[in-house]
Ligand binder design. Structure first.
Ligand SMILES: [Zn+2]
Length: 122
């Protein structure tokens, strides 16, 4: 695979690749959210507000973990830890990296009768 030049034009924001597949082809929907062309193809052409290219190799393990958790937690106030931890392991995210990403997103771990739960700090 040919490497792309890392020098982007000044006005273009530097976008990290997709956290799931390292994909470089992204699209922005009309609500402003970024999507990966291969993981989340647009269901219809009119959903695409803008097509974007990411910069290869710019995604750190921490950014990848934050992308993963943001997609998992969305706007939720709490979530069961277990399924997310399992999915993160499958996605190749180290437990320590996942914990740091969770802190960064403001979730603390709480022990409940059903097991560990992640709760958003108020
Ligand atoms: Zn992707």
């Amino acid at each position: 695979m040919p490497r792309e030049c890392k020098v982007a034009p000044r006005r273009t924001p530097v976008l990290p690749p997709c956290w799931r597949c390292d994909g470089l082809f992204l699209w922005r929907s009309r609500d402003g959210a970024l999507h990966c062309t291969s993981c989340e193809p647009a269901r219809a052409h009119y959903l695409i507000a803008e097509r974007l290219r990411a910069v290869p190799g710019s995604l750190t393990a921490s950014e990848r973990a934050i992308g993963f958790l943001t997609a998992k937690l969305k706007d939720r106030q709490d979530a069961a830890a277990e399924p997310i931890v399992v999915a993160a392991k499958r996605a190749g995210i180290a437990p320590a990296t996942l914990t740091r990403a969770r802190w960064k997103l403001g979730f603390r771990s709480v022990k409940t009768r059903q097991g560990w739960c992640w709760v958003r700090r108020q």
